[in-house]
Structure formats: structure tokens, C-alpha cells
Design a binder for this molecule. Structure first.
Ligand SMILES: C[S@@+](CC[C@H](N)C(=O)[O-])C[C@H]1O[C@@H](n2cnc3c(N)ncnc32)[C@H](O)[C@@H]1O
Length: 246
């Protein structure tokens, strides 16, 4: 049986919908589904609309939230999230401090691995949307706080194992990182521009971190076309990731 409020992915081979078990009805475009009927189902079962259009029921995973959650701005791309998870070695005992939350996509991926994620968003409406996305993802270990991380750093009386910053003025947060990051913990910043990244490197140098590196992750899809098979000719820049250890 699928639990109440659990997120559920409905797929028919052509399109997919992210829904939650509830007493509501959901209009798929091919008829409606009474979402309460999902309570009698298991993941892997099928469910039909009132017009007999069939969907397979799957347990959504983080990339499904990336695809379907409401966006308030540009979320971190999976390739860059992968770098953060791999280079920090994020684990199930870790507490993470994240800012800015944005749509909460990075926070959801982090919460999928870590014990706890506290994420700050200074825009109240964005924080509300992110809270809804986190709730949709069923993540009970991710807490979205409304506030400006630059001033909130001084009020934090918790410590963290990893800090992730994907926001303007991240360099201004670095000054306070030593007060809340555990020894041996990692700071990771993401910045789309060279200028922003250079300010971050200057701030990091002043705080004497170790193992500091800035990387850019290039992802190139292989295209299978009628004329032939080759890497995509579109090579896109997303941002620079700076990793530093205390
Ligand atoms: C690019 S978005 C973050 C996207 C997010 N990492 C995701 O994956 O969905 C940057 C966010 O940082 C927020 N922000 C900027 N400065 C901030 C600050 N000082 N404190 C908290 N949030 C801030 C912005 O409002 C914006 O929503």
C-alpha cells in the first residue's frame, strides 16, 4: 500500500505526472483519476482514468522532482549536483547548511543523502514555493527557513558538516563559515560568473581553508541521429564550483 501524502509518478510511455496520495481528483488530459485509489496500490501497479487510460505507478526519485517541481529561478543542474555530492563525500550522518534555497532542488538532492538539511531563502515567496516542493518530495529532513543567510549566520547555534552556497554575494557568507562548519567539513559554492567566483576565492584565501579547488563540469550528450552518431555540438556553461575544506 502507498502511504498517505506519498509522492507518486504516473507514466503512460508518452507523458508523466507527479501527484500525491490524497482525496483529490487529478485530471490527466485522458480522464480523471481518484487519487485515493492509490492507497490500494503498490509501486509498479497500474491505475486507470475514468476513460480507461492506463498509467504505471512509480516511486519518484530526485531527477523527477528536478523535472516536475515548480521553479522560481534556475535550479542547479544534476551534473553540478553530482560534483557536490561526490567531492564532499556527503553521507547519511551529515548535516548540511544550504543557501539560497531557490526552488529547493539542490536541497532535495542533498536531503536524499544527508541526515538533515537547513536551507535559507531571503525571498519569502520563493521560500514558500520551495517548502511546497520539499513537501511534494516527501522530505521530512529538509527545513526551509526564510531569511538572509548573510545576517542569519551570526544567529546560527548549530554546526554543519557541509555548507553549500548558490547565491549572489556568497563571498560575504564565507567570513562566518568557520563558526558553523565542523573541522574537516566542506564548503561548496556555485557561481555562474568569473567575477563572482574570484571574489569567493579571495574570501576563501583570507579564511585559510585547505584543499581549495575551482572546477567547471562539462557535460556533452551523445546524439543518435539519422546522419550519424556524435557528441552534441551544443556545449553549455552553467557555473563554477569552488570546493574548500576546513
Ligand atoms: C540560483 S537560486 C538557487 C537555486 C537552488 N540552488 C536550486 O537548486 O533550486 C539563488 C537563490 O538565492 C537566493 N538568495 C540570494 N541571496 C540570498 C541571501 N543573502 N540569503 C538567502 N537567500 C539568498 C535568491 O533569492 C535565489 O532564490
Amino acid at each position: 500500500m502507498i502511504a498517505d501524502d506519498a509522492p507518486v509518478l504516473l507514466k503512460d510511455g508518452k507523458c508523466e505526472h507527479l501527484v500525491a496520495v490524497s482525496d483529490d481528483e487529478f485530471n490527466t488530459g485522458y480522464g480523471t483519476i481518484k487519487l485515493c485509489k492509490l492507497r490500494e496500490k503498490e509501486f509498479g501497479d497500474t491505475i486507470s482514468t475514468h476513460l480507461n487510460h492506463e498509467y504505471i505507478i512509480q516511486r519518484p526519485r530526485a531527477p523527477d522532482f528536478f523535472k516536475h517541481c515548480k521553479r522560481t529561478g534556475a535550479p542547479l543542474m544534476p551534473k553540478d549536483i553530482g560534483i557536490i555530492l561526490a567531492y564532499t563525500g556527503l553521507g547519511s550522518e551529515d548535516s548540511v547548511l544550504d543557501a539560497g534555497t531557490g526552488s529547493g532542488i539542490l536541497a532535495i538532492y542533498l536531503g536524499n543523502v544527508a541526515k538533515k538539511v537547513v536551507t535559507y531563502e531571503k525571498n519569502e515567496e520563493f521560500a514558500r514555493v520551495a517548502r511546497k516542493n520539499v513537501e511534494t518530495a516527501g522530505m521530512k529532513n529538509v527545513k526551509v527557513r526564510h531569511g538572509d543567510i548573510i545576517s542569519e549566520m551570526a544567529n546560527l547555534n548549530e554546526r554543519f558538516d557541509v555548507i553549500t552556497l548558490d547565491m549572489m554575494d556568497a563571498d560575504q557568507v564565507i567570513l562566518h563559515v568557520r563558526d558553523v562548519l565542523n573541522s574537516g567539513g566542506y564548503l561548496v559554492t556555485y557561481s555562474p560568473f568569473f567575477e563572482q567566483m574570484k571574489k569567493i576565492r579571495t574570501a576563501i584565501d583570507m579564511e585559510k581553508f585547505s584543499s581549495v579547488q575551482t572546477i567547471e563540469c562539462m557535460e556533452r550528450e551523445i546524439k543518435f541521429e539519422r546522419r550519424g552518431t556524435r557528441p552534441s555540438t551544443r556545449v553549455g556553461h552553467t557555473g563554477f564550483i569552488t570546493i574548500a575544506r576546513l
